[in-house]
Every structure is written in structure tokens, then in C-alpha cells.
Ligand binder design. Sequence first.
Ligand SMILES: [Zn+2]
Length: 349
Amino acid sequence: MNQNSLNPTDDAWLEIGNERIGRGSRKKLELFVARLFDFTDMVIPVEVVRGRKPGPTLFVSAAIHGDEINGVEIIKRLLGRSGLGSIHGTLIAVPVVNVFGFNTNSRYLPDRRDLNRCFPGNNLGSLASVMASLFMNEVVSKCTHGIDLHTGAIHRTNLPQIRADLDDSNTRILAEAFGVPVIINSSTRDGSLREAAANLGIQMLLYEGGEALRYDEKAIQCGLHGILSVMRTIGMLPGLKSRRHKIGEHVFMANKSTWVRAPISGSLSTKIKPGSRVKEGEVLGVLSDPFGEGRVEVKASKTGIVIGMTMIPLVSHGDGLFHIALFDNSHEVEQRIEEFDTESHRFTK
Ligand SMILES: [Zn+2]
């Protein structure tokens, strides 16, 4: 389906960060956030690619959580694609939103605020709030569509997945177009970018894949492939002559997920991987003390697919160990994830 909603705001000139960018041009610029106490200017780097022909305006952002770096690599590869100059519409690429966290390998801003709880922000508020407000005003509010790239939090890995509000039919089309097998239907959280974008009527996806502070080649390729697929679906790029799968085919949606938590503190032995199907009551791993004693089995509370898990084997009582998404047809989902893994290497060719 071509959802090419011509963007009424896709004017001949795009004004962003004190720059005016005409159609058919490409420009890097910096959005000034604040000067730090060591006189370093904190700026958000942006690259704008404008096609000659009008079309949607899409932002692709990463590192809103500063340590979630797979998306930075995804955007780098996206910007290196040949043929980007012939897009219809405008791409606004923001590889590092939380520049402070990115430089310090941290999820947060200096005051430990989570930027993704500070939207839409306020230019008289905290540093995080100022940053959120700048990003909303200079980037998000100028777009028709958005894709925000994340990974699991520190020491947690996520199966490549889309999180989106599937009650919105247009967003659902984008989520299916992204093409990863697992979509989590999730309402937005207070202060999140997704909530703020939805309030402006912007269709937005959140992509999760891999672990913080690590490059995960599979998650990077899935993310890049997904963005290109969304760009084709909204008419920014020409459609592929033959698509291996039709949009929405072999894509599965979960409305619920649950965490299996550690019943005691201990060292975890497990063979479970993201994408594994687990059955209610199945033993997912064993916790034991440093003497190998006091063994306690960790059992799945529900049947479903593991979409995220801890990467630290030393856990405290109550830590989230396995994140399980619940599907009506988890057998089919597991099978599709396996097929998808073998297809992945062809993605970027
Ligand atoms: Zn994140």
C-alpha cells in the first residue's frame, strides 16, 4: 500500500536550526541546547536530506537514551545509502539526541533525568526538558512520520521488535511495513516522545533491538531494512519490484507482555535466547549461590516468546530476568523468527 500522504508542510524551504534548506539539497547542522559549565556547547547534530519532489517528512532518531547505540550505527548506514538524494520528501536524521548521555555512556542526562520521560519539554525547564522541547520544536513538529531507535537498557538485550500504538490504523500499517516479526501493541508512557508525537498527529514507531553499549549486527540490519521498508510504504522511496513477503504477512502482534523475575538472589544458568518460545511452567534457568547450592528453578509464568532478557548472570531477588510477550499463536511466531533470522543476511543487499 502506498500511504503517500503528501505533506502539507513540505514547503519549498525547510527552516530548521537557523538554516533554510531547499528541495534537492542535503545539509548537516547543529541544534544548540545549552552551554555546559566548562564552556562546552551542547549541540544535537542533524542531517537533513531533501528530495527534489515533495512527499512526507520523516525523522529518524537514536540515542534518546544515550547508551543505546545500535540506532546510531543504523542511521550512519542509512545516510550512506546511495539513492537517498532521489527520495520524495524530506528525511531528518538525528543519530544522537541525548548527546550528553552518548558521551558519558549513560542512559541519562547529567541530573539522572530520563529524556524519554521529559517530552514535550519546556525551554524554561530542566536540561532534559530543554533538550526535549528543542527536539520537538525543531524536528518532530516539522514531520509527518517518525522512527525512534532504541535497544534494551544496560545489561539487557531485546529481540528486534516494534512498539507502536496499533489502535491507530495508519501507525499499524507502518508497524507492519517495518517487517520485523514481533510487534508489541503498547500505549504510550507519560513524557515519552511517542506520546508527544501522537499528540501532534505524527505517526511514530519505536524500534528496539539488541543491548545498550553494544553493536548487534542483526539488530542493526533489521533496523535499517525496516526504515527503508517504511520509506517505501509512505512513498519516499520507490517500491521493490518483488517483495519477498507482502506487508503485514508473517508479522505478529502481542497486546501483553510480562517479566519473569528472580525468586531469589543468585547466579543464573540459562540456555534461553531472545526469540525462544517458552511454555507456562517451563524451567527457564536455575539460580544458585556461589557454592552451587540453594538451587532454585526459574519457571515461565506464561506461554509466549522471549522478547528481552538480562545479560548479567548475577541477579538480585526481584530482578527482571526474561520478558515474555504473549501471542495467540506463539508456535507460528517462533517459526517466523527462525525464518527471519536466516533471511536477515540478505537484507542490505
Ligand atoms: Zn531506550
